[in-house]
Design a protein around this ligand. Structure first.
Ligand SMILES: [Fe+2]
Ligand SMILES: [Fe+2]
Length: 280
């Protein structure tokens, strides 16, 4: 059995300090095997914001695992943005922007979906490159079958079920097919500041699969979480998720800020429940 806390979009520089304090307490009381942080540590990638983010992760008693988000690249220092976009992230958070965590039961791999520049006005959108797909697939292929495989990115792999036109990470289709082919069971991300959960049932026949899975096999579950601490909310309170993995099956519970602390919102069984939001 493994327990994971999935938090995202902390946005130091624009946080509610009471929520930050309560989150640290709630995470340390939960004492998970791993805290996964899916990007946007800061609001504007400022030094002070990164210092606050560093202090936050320093207070976590559990091991933690992180990928950067689009807000973790400076928009104001263009030289740094183009030539050394992850300098501050590497200095204050972690030197590896695509980390790997592995123990006897789980394997977790990060994909850095944030981009320094894009061929469009809005540079906040994310992409996955062909190289990243090949690299991640190669790494996943070496993981023993019995381990529960988790992929972490910042930008969403699937849109909310209630807003299907929402933009997702570039090359998500290809990435999702690769995840399925390699038996990934959870894909975690943030960015939208919305919590939802979608279950991707294995397709019955797909010639692109290296190791076909039959209908009825364990599905890939895509999990998005709301912002843990930011005051920039999208009609949802601050929240994070507690994930328990037992006998190869994830149980996902949202912990939601109530105004005085974090509390359980709902327990979601991916076998029977499609949507976190509908029942929250
Ligand atoms: Fe964000
Ligand atoms: Fe973001």
């Amino acid at each position: 059995m493994r327990t994971i806390a999935h938090i995202s979009d902390l946005h130091f520089g624009r946080v509610d300090d009471r929520v930050v304090e309560a989150l640290v307490d709630d995470l340390n009381a939960f004492a998970p095997d791993l805290v996964i942080i899916s990007g946007d540590f800061t609001q504007r990638a400022k030094k002070r914001e990164f210092c606050d983010a560093k202090a936050f992760v320093g207070r976590l008693q559990a091991p933690w695992f992180a990928v950067p988000g689009n807000h973790d690249i400076s928009f104001h220092h263009l030289f740094q943005r183009f030539f050394d976009p992850w300098r501050r992230y590497r200095r204050y958070i972690h030197r590896e922007v695509e980390p790997v965590f592995e123990d006897d039961e789980i394997f977790v791999i990060g994909i850095n979906t944030a981009r320094r520049v894009a061929l469009e006005f809005d540079w906040s959108h994310g992409r996955i490159s062909e190289d990243q797909i090949v690299r991640t697939a190669r790494r996943l292929a070496r993981v023993p079958d019995h381990k529960f495989k988790i992929v972490v990115g910042h930008h969403p792999f699937l849109p909310p079920p209630y807003a299907p036109d929402t933009r997702v990470v570039g090359r998500s289709d290809e990435a999702m097919r690769m995840f399925e082919r390699h038996g990934v069971r959870l894909a975690l991300a943030g960015h939208l500041h919305r919590g939802y959960l979608r279950v991707v049932e294995p397709a019955a026949v797909d010639p692109r699969r290296a190791a076909p899975r039959a209908a009825g096999d364990a599905p890939l579950v895509v999990v998005q979480t709301a912002s843990a601490t930011s005051t920039r909310l999208r009609d949802e309170p601050n929240a994070y998720q507690r994930i328990q993995i037992e006998d190869g099956k994830p149980m996902i519970r949202a912990r939601v800020w109530t105004g005085t602390g974090f509390d359980d919102a709902i327990t979601v069984d991916p076998d029977t429940t499609q949507q976190l939001r509908a029942m929250a």
